[in-house]
Design a protein around this ligand. Structure first.
Ligand SMILES: NC(=O)c1ccc[n+]([C@@H]2O[C@H](COP(=O)([O-])OP(=O)(O)OC[C@H]3O[C@@H](n4cnc5c(N)ncnc54)[C@H](O)[C@@H]3O)[C@@H](O)[C@H]2O)c1
Length: 505
């Protein structure tokens, strides 16, 4: 099988970043600090100032990179206050040294202005600490796995306002390619002074956190998004179980991954809360569909056949969203009752996936089952060039290895994804390489939606740290709903986004 990657020309490498700043001095100070950090990180030897807005970074192997701060040539095409900083290598190609420098250069923390814009988008999370002025998280350690997106920074800031020392927080980077992954990472480590470990090194990060916290006489709360941490504790680090005060889980796939264990601490299930259910699934589906359209700007969707695998919370909203975009939508779910709901909503359905694939001939298949929904057995039923889009964590949804084996050629399409030219003729294109599309060089749902979810996670951590007596060992659904109901979050969300009635007062 042939594997084709991008065509590469022997030109110098460059990277470009747009950022927003309130004034010229702030932006210059920000870039100067970034340049100093390149030397601090050991990827640059020396910085030479050429003009007030132009620098030359000299690397240890003698190669150089030019850095330039500029304004966009068409300022009106960008949000007000946008500046551009670019780095271009002198030499053709990318040496390891240069790649390292470019990667470090992309790690530009957010400016004060950018942070305050993000904070304004998340008024509930940003101010929920005022509910508990006695700093209930003082003396607690936090091990947290959440997407490296800007909303996360507001959450972390609030945790510190509630008393957690940044020294006592460890973040696990899920390593998805979000729009601002590098910048969020830089902000966490350089501005907040928080330790970040990689998902690929999960076990060491978890045990390292426990060791550090025990030296500091702390017990910890887990804040997870996808059930990453608890399985590691239950399978490999049982001797640390006494360390944990409790866990907060944000997503259903996380609940599924941990429900087989008898947990010795409470699990606050934001994942299953009514509040999250009411808001998030629609937002995720909407973000997924919007990102597909962004990645395929020249495709025509209206009037075309689409197929959704899994008619659960997210799949239902994906199917509705595609229909509202005038696609002809079919649904497959392995649960007959879910299939019936889809049928009653007017979607084309069928009990046999391969029959549905052959007769409906979808141009796009959304996988929203939360597990493998498209296997090698389904490949022969593909009748035309088809896009595969996942909304599920990591790349579980489609059997990409089997698709690869059934292909004569695999082509990398850069940001779009990977195209598999099947031996039989048609192609399958895994958008975003089969990873959840709403996060693919994007930030999923807007911060104004996710605000309520982040505030719920904080509320869960506070309830656990305060030994809320409604919480029992194991999964807590009823108590989670009660605690969230009483937290004032729902009221604030409604007051912020609900109708504003005139009153006589
Ligand atoms: N992209 C995101 O931002 C995001 C956020 C939260 C969760 N998730 C992921 O989305 C997944 C789905 O979440 P949900 O809340 O919609 O779950 P859900 O349980 O409500 O829905 C899953 C549906 O898929 C069906 N199903 C299961 N296996 C199937 C198969 N092999 N073929 C067809 N249908 C199958 C189930 O019957 C169910 O109706 C989660 O497991 C998680 O991985 C993604």
């Amino acid at each position: 099988m042939k594997t084709t990657t991008d065509v590469r020309v022997d030109l110098p490498a460059s990277c470009v970043l747009n950022f927003r700043s309130s004034d010229h001095n702030e932006s210059l100070a920000h870039i100067s600090e970034q340049l100093r950090s390149l030397v601090g990180a050991g990827v640059a030897e020396e910085i030479v100032t050429l003009t007030p807005h132009k620098w030359r970074v000299v690397m240890s192997n003698g190669e150089g990179v030019s850095i330039c701060l500029s304004i966009p040539a068409v300022p009106g095409a960008f949000p007000q206050g946008t500046l551009t900083v670019s780095a271009t290598a002198d030499m053709a190609g990318t040496s390891d040294c240069c790649q390292q420098l470019m990667a470090e250069f992309m790690r530009l923390p957010f400016t004060t202005r950018e942070m305050s814009d993000t904070t304004l988008e998340m008024p509930i999370t940003a101010s929920i600490d005022e509910t508990w002025p006695n700093k209930p998280l003082d003396g607690v350690g936090i091990l947290i796995t959440i997407h490296h997106m800007r909303d996360f920074l507001v959450l972390v800031k609030t945790l510190t306002k509630l008393g957690v020392d940044s020294e006592d927080i460890t973040v696990i980077d899920k390593q998805y390619p979000y729009e601002f992954s590098h910048r969020v990472d830089a902000h966490l480590t350089r501005q907040f002074g928080i330790r970040v470990g990689k998902y690929a090194d999960l076990m060491n990060v978890v045990s390292g956190h426990v060791l550090r916290m025990e030296r500091r006489n702390r017990r910890s709360i887990i804040m997870d998004d996808g059930g990453y941490i608890i399985p590691v504790l239950m399978e490999s680090l049982q001797d640390t179980l006494g360390h944990w005060v409790g866990a907060v889980e944000q997503t259903i796939s996380g609940i599924r991954r941990v429900e087989k264990y008898r947990l010795p601490f409470p699990l606050f299930s934001v994942a299953e809360s009514e509040l999250k259910g009411a808001i998030e699934s629609y937002g995720i589906a909407d973000a997924a569909v919007r990102n597909v359209i962004r990645l395929l700007p020249h495709e025509k969707f209206e009037g075309q056949p689409a197929l959704v695998l899994g008619f659960g919370r997210i799949g239902t909203e994906v199917a509705r969203s595609l229909r509202s975009r005038r696609m002809r939508v079919a649904v497959f779910d392995r649960s007959l009752s879910r299939l019936l709901y889809a049928h009653e909503e007017g979607f084309l359905t069928g009990k046999e996936l391969n029959v549905l694939l052959r007769s409906h001939r979808p141009m796009i298949i959304f996988g929203s089952a939360g597990r493998r929904s498209f296997t090698g057995e389904n490949i022969p039923a593909i009748m035309r060039d088809t896009y595969l889009v996942s909304t599920t964590s990591r790349d579980y949804e489609f059997a990409l290895e089997e698709i690869r084996e059934a292909s004569s050629e695999v082509v990398s399409l850069g940001i779009t994804g990977t195209r598999y030219l099947l031996n039989r003729g048609p192609s399958l294109t895994a958008l975003g390489h089969g990873m959840p599309i709403n996060f693919h060089f994007a930030e999923s749902l807007p911060n104004r939606y996710v605000d309520v979810v982040m505030a719920s996670l904080v509320t869960g951590a506070v309830a656990i740290a305060s030994n809320d007596e409604r919480l029992r060992e194991g999964e807590n659904v009823k108590a989670t709903n009660e605690i969230l109901e009483g937290s004032g979050i729902i009221e604030r969300y409604y007051d912020t986004y609900g109708p504003k009635w005139l009153t006589n007062e």
